[in-house]
Design a protein around this ligand. Structure first.
Ligand code: HAM
Length: 423
């Protein structure tokens, strides 16, 4: 039969890597708890219109990257390409908006985008992110950015490049849009087809086109930060003050617009140099109109999402990943059927007491079992042969020191406690 491979842009996480992921996931849950965020798990798929409405019809994601299909009832379903729209849907659906209430929610899970795979870019990838709904205070923006920066710093990534911008609101953005169209229209014929198409509908998107000609054509565009209304200007100013007060370094990047239509005011991205072309560790921003756009009461919000794969790439490239010790405490090697009858239930009892215990289930020779114990990194190996069976003993070998001694099977728990836990 033909061998089947994992689909393009996906990968399998094997045991050794999975334990590293689990360790980082624990750090993620920990920091979100510390900052007062509660976990939400939304479905992997949603009605397509949620993303069309929420993310925006003219974004790359909605135009060309969604995994969309019809279900058996002919409803259009999409594998979630990001978490924000789903969280907002859940926020509305579960009436989380109380008067004066704030919802601080976080998530961790797989997202799906049909992009061209490359290093750090997959079709199924894992994001962790947070959404804070119910306040337009710039302290929320600063808190989110502080959380992100402190999270990476804790893991040892301390040369972060935090890019910050404000892209205005429905008050001030239309005028900027017009200025941009006016400025770029004469150059339209030289632009890539994507930008030509978007010039009238979504001219801000032209600022982050990766095409070098388009980048040159937009090099001298008017800056959005110069045309912000008073409200957006003062919001941005206060946010910067709060970040300065909290010792968080950032740089203003007036070209940062991000790939979603829902953003208002603050947008930010955190980059790490060693990621190459896909250099964004995370990105986020404020979306004060999104809840209303999705059918809820007007509610301001801000959030971010971060890529797990990219984080793991940076941690590994910099050797910042702590060694995770999941070696067995004990490898029990039975020789013959009588010994197997003793060892099998013994393993189960020891595991019930919390010991990590491995044994042979294939009838291997003693030599092969010792090799297996060594390969697994077992700290102790216990052999029971015919002689040991008769006297109820087990020959224990400390794999670190090479010392051997005969132990009573009945006293094994105590022995493990003394040798491995020092009591
Ligand atoms: P985003 O910038 O599209 O934002 O994604 C956030 C992060 O997810 C990226 O910085 C990157 O680390 C990771 N990422 C995105 N696409 C891929 C991919 N194909 N493969 C691997 N990693 C990827 C959002 O998703 C917004 N929902 C963020 C947000 C939340 N804004 C407000 N709230």
């Amino acid at each position: 039969m033909m061998k089947t491979h994992a689909p393009k842009g996906t990968y399998d996480l094997l045991p050794q890597n999975a334990s590293r992921w689990r360790y980082i996931e624990e750090q993620i849950h920990k920091i979100f708890r510390e900052y007062g965020f509660g976990e939400v798990r939304t479905p992997i798929f949603e009605h397509t219109e949620l993303f069309q409405r929420g993310i925006g019809e003219t974004t790359d994601i909605v135009e060309k990257e969604m995994f969309t299909f019809s279900d058996r009832g002919d409803r259009s379903i999409t594998l979630r390409p990001e978490g924000t729209a789903s969280i907002v849907r859940a926020f509305i659906e579960h009436n989380m908006a109380g008067p004066g209430a704030m919802a601080k929610l976080y998530y961790l899970g797989p997202m799906f985008r049909c992009e061209a795979p490359q290093a750090g870019r997959y079709r199924q990838f894992v994001q962790f992110g947070a959404e804070a709904l119910g306040s337009n205070d710039p302290r929320v923006d600063a808190e989110i950015i502080a959380l992100v920066v402190n999270f990476y710093r804790r893991l040892g990534i301390d040369d972060l490049d935090v890019n910050l911008n404000s892209i205005g609101c429905p008050e001030c953005r239309p005028a900027y849009r017009e200025r941009l169209i006016e400025h770029l229209k004469p150059k339209a014929s030289q632009m890539c087809p994507n930008c030509q198409r978007r010039l009238e509908r979504n001219p801000l998107r032209l600022l982050d086109c990766k095409n070098t000609t388009c980048q040159q054509l937009t090099a001298d565009i008017p800056l959005i930060t110069e045309t912000l209304c008073d409200d957006c200007g003062s919001h941005f100013e206060k946010l910067r003050q709060l970040l300065d007060l909290s010792g968080i370094h950032y740089r203003i990047n007036p070209r940062l617009v991000r790939g979603f239509d829902y953003y208002t005011k603050t947008v930010f991205e955190v980059l790490a140099g060693d990621l190459g072309a896909q250099n964004a560790l995370c990105g986020g921003g404020r979306y004060d109109g999104l809840v209303e756009m999705c059918g809820g009461k007007p509610t301001p919000g801000i959030g971010f999402a971060a890529g797990m794969e990219r984080l793991m790439m940076v941690l590994e490239a910099r050797q910042l990943m702590p060694e995770i010790d999941e070696r067995p405490h004990l490898y029990l090697a039975p020789l013959g059927e009588e010994a197997q009858k003793i060892i099998f239930p013994l393993c189960i009892r020891l595991r019930e007491s919390g010991w990590i215990v491995e044994t042979d289930l294939q009838g291997k020779s003693l030599k092969a079992q010792m090799k297996a114990a060594d390969k697994l990194g077992a700290r102790l190996t216990g052999v029971i042969g015919e002689d040991e069976c008769r006297v109820g003993k087990i020959l224990m070998r400390n794999m670190e020191t090479g010392e051997q001694e005969l132990i009573d099977v009945a006293a094994l728990s105590e022995y493990l406690q003394t040798v491995l836990r020092g009591s």
